[in-house]
Design a protein around this ligand. Structure first.
Ligand code: ARG
Ligand code: ZN
Length: 884
């Protein structure tokens, strides 16, 4: 059934307090709930309808008396209770070990854990499981003292003790009223790293990171990230830690990255555990950003929450923006910030732009859903963060902080909407373009699709003016057409052809206002005239990616080479290089011949690689060709095989043409001293590893044995996982004969480290396809004793990586990839619908494929659609994929 945003109704009842008792057991847990309920006097008297799913109901009492009830449309209905306020007592059982969906209370390893967002609480007990019903929880946990020595829930520990029969108990009280999706319980055999911190207020707080025995030495980075997050939120937004105790618990089986339950964050182990020997620089970064993200939710999400799930971006877009800003501040230097920004934009373009162009396109604030779990998307998260970032651009850093302050002043303790946030930002900045054009800005929340921004400049030599005409157009998306213009902030600079930044003075202004500024486009088309422009210029538009749009600025390769060499905006320097590369890939695809890289491009790449003083991390990004996923979005009738061939040939040429430069880069960027996962060291490692991969690639082409030998040596001797994996990937990526022995050795070393084993699977699934070997290897690995669909990380490492990140291995002319996809969607759906529906989305863009891929993909999707017993999660994705 479809839930619509416009159908929102306030709840007919409020739940003020929830007293829960859990008799914990993996096979059968007894949940006893005592709820203080009040009728919402603003609404007519009506039955109490409670959500519940997969529950075994034992009894229902109202004010101590048994009452009649019925089950209707999956709800427990109690006909109009007599009093306006009453106590409801419910007892039910659940089976955590049978809960393979990992939503509600489930078993992972030997412990029990919960995941309640979005609608998992109803799988624990009957409740008004919606975010605008907020209650104060008191939770008593009882369980076997040996199996579950640690018993945790939200808030403060108020009592604990032993019970008969080898059991013990713990009682927790959370003073903050919260929606049920923020509820959490943990019962497991865990150990914790602990740290006391004193915040500015002078209060002491206990921080804990809980993991399985033996993993404590991998929790230092998570703890440091947590402390840094606390300090940052207080410094940047004056938002203090409001809890006496803040706990993080690592869970091996977890559907998502992590969950911000009040005071008790639950994390995928992947985003907690790290040591230099087992985690890469990318993993360390991921931990820092996810720890921060969940911590920041304590204010943006928990103190102020969402009125309904259509408002999900209220907390997610804002919190992603906050964690991105945090990561940039942690990275430090301007170039390290730019590297973060480039990473975020790459992710947006590779995941959100395809979403906006495909069957699942939806606004940042969706209008309807069948399964809310399908809307934890790149659009709600990453595009939502871009919308918040545009506000920040429009009102400035101080203005944004003022808007945040007003938002909390108005809404602390409430469940609100995206409109409330935008209104607070505008009201705190009444003179801003945001406030003046709030209606047009808010269309970003309502309209799906990626805007096309067209920009054309015209230099008038006589008048010495440069007129820039900007226009925007928003494509139709499923169910939405005839869209209105949105406010688009366009940050820009103008460069002379020699690369000088020019002063920017618009007609009507008395003086130039710097060399960079933000134009605000609010109409379908507007022109802006700059004066005092005595020669041809090269515009540098959409600096730092100031709006999530596709830009067509008509720049020539000659223009792009100027930007690549001279732009003061690091993002646009990088972008110019990407566009030069893209132009060459497109040309080769167009004329059906092999790429022959031209000297200007190769020389530009060489001088970038050699440029003194340029950040190695930036060089690594600038010398990375646009991915096949990204290129596929820039063209239609995609032939993934042909695209792969073209891109690989281009890589071969860059490897060979720059061989001496890669060798220099390798030598020059070796890291001395102890391992630190900071921006400086990780940038050097990234560039050195890229150089090694290119050198092994060139060697594989010429049969030269030295560099592969060096790579194998590095693989064996590396003292950290980044270098070890980098060397292994260089061999695997070149299909070198040393790859196999290295893979075997890696497995033997790490077979007992699940997160490292995930890398071993992933590495093989994302290797560049060659004669179908990679696909064959993935099929073989599906039968490996360490492979299982029951663990989401493992399933993602092999299957998601194949289908979503390795187009040439997945999209085959014999359709074997699609057959595998359909089989696995169906198999996964019976175990874990959330995971299956995510996996199903790897065929979202099937309509953009050329034949024979397109028809074969459609057939596979239709085969899944024909299954009678699909979950509503997967059904929604499959139906949308087939909709015309
Ligand atoms: N709120 C969590 C986060 O962003 C994600 C929870 C996702 N849950 C889900 N069922 N999709 O940090
Ligand atoms: Zn979040």
């Amino acid at each position: 059934t479809l839930v619509r945003r416009e159908d929102y109704l306030a709840p007919a009842y409020w739940i003020r307090t929830a007293d829960l008792t859990f008799d914990l057991d993996a096979t059968k847990t007894i949940v006893s709930s005592k709820l203080a309920i009040e009728r919402n006097s603003a609404l007519p008297v009506q039955p109490l309808r409670l959500h519940g799913e997969d529950l075994n109901l034992l009894r229902v009492l109202v004010d101590g008396q048994s009452v009649s009830f019925r089950h209707e449309d999956g709800l427990l209905v109690i006909d109009a209770p007599a009093a306006d306020a009453f106590t409801l007592e419910i007892r039910n059982t659940i089976s955590p070990e049978k809960n393979t969906q990992l939503s509600g209370l489930y078993a992972s390893g030997s412990g029990l854990f919960t995941q309640c967002e979005a609608e998992g609480f109803r799988r624990i007990t009957y409740f008004l499981d919606r975010p605008d019903v907020m209650a104060v929880y008191t939770v008593t946990l009882r369980g076997d003292a040996k199996k579950y020595p640690v018993l945790l829930s939200n808030g403060n520990l108020v009592e604990q003790g032993t019970l008969d029969g080898g059991k013990h108990f713990a009682k927790w009280h959370d003073p903050f009223p919260k929606p049920s999706y923020l509820f959490a319980v943990v019962a497991a055999d865990l150990v914790a790293r602990e740290q006391w911190v004193r915040t500015r207020s002078g209060k002491e707080h206990l921080l804990q990171v809980y993991v399985t025995r033996g993993e404590l030495d991998k929790t230092e980075h998570a703890m440091n990230s947590l402390i840094a997050s606390i300090v940052w939120d207080e410094a940047r937004f004056k938002l203090p830690l409001d809890l006496e105790r803040f706990m993080i618990v690592a869970v091996p089986d977890f559907n998502m990255g992590a969950m911000e339950n009040k005071g008790l964050n639950l994390f995928n182990t992947k985003y907690v555990l790290a040591s230099p020997a087992t985690a890469t620089d990318v993993d360390f970064d991921g931990i820092e950003s996810v720890v921060a993200h969940e911590y920041f939710h304590n204010w943006t999400g928990n103190r102020v929450t969402c009125r309904d799930w259509f408002q999900l971006s209220l907390k997610e877009g804002l919190t992603v923006f906050r964690d991105q800003e945090f990561s940039m501040d942690m990275a430090g230097s301007p170039s390290a910030r730019a590297v973060c920004r480039i990473g975020d934009v790459r992710a947006l373009r590779e995941r959100q732009f395809p979403e906006d162009a495909g069957p699942m396109a939806h606004p940042v604030r969706p209008d309807a859903y069948q399964a809310i779990d399908n809307f934890y998307t790149a659009t709600v998260y990453e595009k939502g963060a871009e919308v918040v970032r545009m506000m920040n651009t429009l009102v400035g850093r101080e203005g944004f902080a003022a808007g945040m302050a007003l938002y909390f002043e108005r809404h602390d303790g409430q469940a609100v909407t995206c409109d409330d946030f935008a209104q607070a930002m505008a009201d705190a900045n009444p003179a801003s373009a945001l406030a003046q054009h709030l209606g047009s800005f808010k269309r970003w929340y309502a309209q799906a699709g990626t805007p096309r921004l067209n920009a054309r400049g015209n230099w008038n030599a006589e008048a010495a003016t440069y007129t820039l005409t900007l226009s925007q157009q928003l494509p139709d998306t499923p169910g939405q057409s005839g869209k209105q213009p949105q406010l688009v902030p366009v940050a820009l600079g103008l460069l002379s052809r020699e690369g000088q930044a020019l002063p920017l003075q618009l007609q009507g202004e008395d003086a130039p206002q710097g060399t960079e500024r933000v134009l605000v486009l609010t109409e379908a088309e507007q022109s802006f005239t700059f004066i005092g422009i005595g020669a041809e210029v090269v515009p540098s538009l959409l600096r730092n990616f100031s709006a999530p749009v596709v830009l067509d600025d008509g720049l020539t390769d000659a223009d792009l080479l100027v930007l690549l060499a001279h732009d003061s905006d690091a993002f646009n320097r990088w972008e110019a290089g990407q566009r030069l590369a893209l132009n060459r890939i497109k040309a080769a695809l167009g004329h059906g011949e092999a790429v022959q890289l031209d000297a200007p491009f190769v020389e530009a790449m060489r001088s970038l690689l050699r440029e003194p003083g340029l950040d190695p991390a930036f060089k690594d990004l600038a010398l990375t060709l646009p991915s096949e996923i990204y290129v596929a979005e820039q063209i239609s009738d995609v032939d993934p095989q042909r695209l792969h061939t073209v891109r690989e040939a281009m890589l071969d040429q860059l490897a060979t043409a720059l061989q001496a430069d890669w060798a220099w880069a390798w030598d020059e960027h070796q890291v001395q001293g102890g391992y630190r996962p900071d921006a400086e060291q990780s940038g050097r490692r990234a560039l050195a590893n890229k150089a090694l991969a290119m050198l092994v690639r060139a060697a594989a082409l010429s049969g030269e044995p030295v560099w592969p030998g060096k790579a194998y040596q590095r693989f064996k001797d590396a003292t950290n996982m980044t270098d070890r994996l980098g060397a292994l990937e260089a061999l695997v990526g070149a299909h070198h004969e040393l790859a196999q022995p290295a893979l075997e050795r890696f497995y033997a070393l790490f077979r007992h480290e699940p997160l490292v084993l995930d890398k071993w699977f992933m590495l093989q699934a994302r290797a560049p396809e060659k004669n179908g070997q990679v696909f064959a290897q993935v099929k073989a690995l599906l039968k490996h004793p360490d492979f299982t669909l029951g663990n989401p990380n493992r399933a993602r490492a092999l299957l998601f990586v194949l289908a979503a990140s390795n187009p040439a291995a997945f999209h085959r002319t014999d359709a074997a990839g699609y057959v595998l996809w359909a089989d696995k969607v169906i198999e996964m759906d019976a175990i874990n619908p959330q995971l299956a529906s995510r996996f199903a989305r790897s065929l979202d863009r099937w309509r953009n494929l050329a034949e024979p891929y397109r028809s074969a993909a459609r057939e596979a999707i239709a085969r899944v659609a024909a299954k009678a017993e699909l979950s509503s999660d997967t059904r929604e994705i499959i139906e949308r994929a087939l909709q015309d």
